[in-house]
Write a protein that binds this ligand. Sequence first.
Ligand code: NAP
Length: 250
Amino acid sequence: MTGRAVLVTGASRGIGRAVAVAFAAAGARVAVHYNTGADAAAETVAALSGTGHVVVQADLADAAAVRAMVDAAAEGLGGLDVLVNNAGVYFEHPLTEVSYDAWQAAWSRTLATNLVGAANVCYCAVPHLRARGGGAIVNVSSRGAFRGEPDQPAYAASKAGLNALGQSLALALGRYGISVTTVAPGFVDTDMVASSLDGERGDAIRAQSPFGRVARPEEVAHAVLFLASPEAAFATGTIVDVNGASYLRT
Ligand code: NAP
């Protein structure tokens, strides 16, 4: 990974921060993307080993801002070799309990960020990857795409869409030397699910895995780092579960 230029979306905290730390430890220069967490993004950069890292900002629901952000990352790093589509939102909108307006808003916001946002980052990043003669895209999906999310159905649908996006782009971009892979974590110990893990469901969630715990962000980051490595290029199109055997697909 030495010397590679890597854009990680949603790297201000959680899994994205762990991914940025892992790439930097492997010698990469990282563009740390954030939306609202400017101070947190600065903390991420301060935690990175090596030099040459940059910070970039965009709301992924804003297509023009996405293009400017990706170009700023490429300019700051002197090109792009790897894109990690990690940023995402996850919040409750149970069909039988929310208003129709709230239902609309949940679907719009979730798909705009998790699916269309990631698709737009891909669109804007691919010319930069092609300019280097190839590279890797790794998408951070979710177990929920396969298992369903009764209280966050737009989230599950967005991640199922992200899986299909990744597999479609694996077919479309292989000819340019670009691999496209996906990790599908179960619960991970981050802010996103802190209220669930700290609440009355916490023990039941941990018991879903025979390890009796949820994933650490670093465990997801390790899988991302592997999938982005040139040695893993022929795994393009794959979806790797990182869920502690809490859900086994057939
Ligand atoms: P997190 O701690 O909530 O962090 C989310 C990140 O996404 C933040 O950096 C945030 O940026 C960014 N983000 C959110 N909305 C955005 C928007 N509209 N535009 C741009 N950036 C936006 O989440 P996490 O747990 O690390 O999750 C990272 C990824 O893993 C997500 O795709 C999530 O779906 C997936 N995942 C998580 C779990 C889990 O249990 N935690 C399980 C499976 C999959 P700011 O804070 O700067 O606004």
